[in-house]
Design a protein around this ligand. Sequence first.
Ligand SMILES: Cc1cc2nc3c(=O)[nH]c(=O)nc-3n(C[C@H](O)[C@H](O)[C@H](O)COP(=O)(O)O)c2cc1C
Ligand code: SF4
Length: 908
Amino acid sequence: MLKPARMRSILAYVPPHRNGIGADPLRSPSNVSALDLANPCGRLPNVTTTDTVLQPRIALPHAKPLWTPSDPRRRCSTASATYRRFAATTSPLSHADPKTARNGKTAQPSWKRAGKPRITRIVDAGSSIWAIPSASAFPIVAGVNGPQADKSIRGGPMRKTSLTRRQLLGLGATVAAGSLASASLGGCAPAANTEARKEGSDEPEPSQEGVEYELNPQDGSYTAFTTDYSHLFSSMQVGSRTVKNRIVKSGATSRTVSQGAGFSDDVKNFYGSMAAGGVGLIWMDQFVDFTGKAANGNTPIANDEDAALCRQFTDYVHDQGALIGMQVWGPWSQCSCDGAITAPFENRAAVRKMLSIDEIHAFQADLVHRCEMMQKAGFDGVTLNAGCDHTFSSFLSRFWNTQRDDEYGPQSYENRARILTELIGQIRKACGADFIVEVLYNGVEDNVEYLGKNDGCMTIEEAKEFARLFEKAGADMLQIRYGAYGYHAASFFTDALHAVESGNTGYGTRVDFRRHFEGKVNGQFDGACALLEVAAEIKQAVGIPVGTVGVMDPRLAPDLIDNALAEGKIDYIAMTRPLMCDPELPNKLREGRRDEVAPCNHCLTCLQAVLPHPVTVGCRCNATFGRVKDGGIKTSAKPEPAASPRKVMVVGGGPAGMEAARIAAERGHEVTLYEEDGSLSGLMTFAATVKGPHEKIADFCAYLERQQEVKGVTVTTGTKVDAGLVAEEAPDVVVVAVGGVRPALDAPGAEGSPLVKTIEEAAAGADLGERVVVVGDNHHAIDLAVFLIKRGKAVIILSGRTQEFFDVEHPSWVRYSTKAWMESKGLRVFYESALLAIEEGGVSVATNFGATVSVPCDSVVNCQPLTPNTELFDTIPADIEKHLVGDAAVFSTIAEAVSSGNQAARAI
Ligand SMILES: Cc1cc2nc3c(=O)[nH]c(=O)nc-3n(C[C@H](O)[C@H](O)[C@H](O)COP(=O)(O)O)c2cc1C
Ligand code: SF4
């Protein structure tokens, strides 16, 4: 047993280097003080080894705390104030929403009609505060519009980046949620600043000294909804063609075409459902690479026979009133330069090949031929992807295109654009005026891997020059993206830079949106409509339609988008994920059913790309997208109506249960959903709390709740289901979705230890002290660790797995950001470790380097994986059909839980 005094020792063990972990800076004494400084608490957990065999032990100097214990920044870092504030906030969808009251009346929830307790919505949360009495808390505290417009910084009606302390305190004292909020803020504020100052006071502004600079304060007001979407649903002229509305599906690898399926039923269902769902123009996956071979295993339209087969599909799309084309992006990466140019961007394999002039011409000719075939197959156009760092982009780029001395080199705008302008002209000549040619390219670029190393990144002025050249060459429309050099996913997911903390780059650093991307990318809306002003500026240079992509989600930002269309800032919106989530989005919005749209969560589950682990790629919220290759539900497959309606009891109101209930009811079964708690959500309350507002968990929960009403499920909350109730209700089918069981920590001293906390307690603001040991490295553990680190805690994770499998449950692009960010904040992880004992003032840990170490800490949060919960399931008699889903069956992510609930309901 370790003695407390020994726990407080400041000895650390420096192990011999091991494969793959020798470079761990945490094990290098020379780095410890630097890490201490990086830690917001100024106190890293000191590690002591008890294994006397291991040498050497090196005494470290005491870390110098950055802040004193009485520092107000420390006091405001407690989770409790923030967590309580959630309760005073509502999700965007629960704001007064004129469209929920259709036909002049609001639908009565079934549980209300049945006299059941009203479901309380879970609420969205602000998460970006850690020990900073700053404006980041403002949108949550105030629940009103954020800071004022500041044209000087952004050249457009954007928001100021921060409130003054005076504004903040004044608001903190007056807003509705003020009692909680001002308590928290008051606790943060130095004594001299605790009283709100009168507007117009001549008193000097209180000193800002010591107040942390707020990097990218978020403003939740972008979700305002008063529009009738009239501009979104107005028609658009593109060249000689008319698109029925302003909604374009941007091209995206979909796991339908791209997995060698060719024009399978999956393709037809996926894009067909979007056409039927009201999209105006669909850009399908890329279909061919520059060698003329199928890209990513696609089946190209090689001959007349292929074209005839495709016709059936394109005819179907046209019958729905939509237009459809395909995207081309060539091979990965840079083809304007050879391998001599090296850029250590990411680890993805970049094909670098200096195309000869003959190869360029062959490439162009091949694409023109493909376009002719497409046209035969009934496609309406092509979009040339010159974004990210793809082939065409590398010619436009001053970064990549540095070596050529021919007419495709960097000497002039015309030369850089020539591969595209020639191609546009050739396609126009071959396919005629009715064949739409779109160019998709970066409107502005910056280097987010090596911040500041942005020489060669495209400016908006250059993008405008290119726009003029594309228009002159005959392009019909432009789609504007941005280039986030070094972070592939961020080049099209504008929200990716907001995973974890706003501006987070995936390298543990943060973009300041006021200073990067020429200050023109809006970093205040969690990535929503981030490129609006960039597109608006480019649009001024041309007369053809200009649109943009990246969380241009009219469910999420209705007024912002409809107003931008009305004001002529953009001509159309392009999107992918909101339509993957809900292909019927356009029709639902048009019909005033916004609250029935399955909301994209920006969880990035749909694009797994970083680590080579086998992953399930599909949509978190839409169980019918992307799962067919994993043996899941067919793409976009509608639930079959039930042969005969049956009485179904669904037990558990988390994501698996709610999804099962809504699908079973949609099929025509008589469904009652039982939840033990007073409200639906299950672990989504925890998830919404710890993940914060970036992932729209609260919206998803609100959607699933609303679906119970829409589909006619009877909801009974506050009722625990046992064998007796099942017998009483006598259902035909029971779906058990009661969640898993968190095993108790199996270590001496754990039982009854005041140090041990549950995840719910930790998220609800239990007093955890400064040093928190998190036992587990699954998605619950990581989300909680991020949450705690944001609040100034020093977090130590005990992982039972190797580094390679750390946090593997999270989507890869999320993990890409999270891990580096946590490490930059002083996270310490013991891989392949085991908790040995919990003692007074700390824990002892069996490490992967053979030593037993003592880790002093103030609390231990049990984040071990959930184990199955079959208690109720086992009591259900064999003559009743039963299904075990979600965490009750196997520890799951939200995506997996939804999928299992959906599949079970289809099997009834
Ligand atoms: C699974 C997936 C694959 C994608 N693949 C491509 C692609 O092949 N080509 C492309 O131009 N964009 C691709 N994208 C980016 C989308 O076209 C779009 O720009 C991006 O998802 C941002 O828009 P959203 O916020 O509406 O999803 C992909 C997106 C997703 C989700
Ligand atoms: S997986 Fe997540 S990010 Fe992708 S479409 Fe679905 S909800 Fe949106």
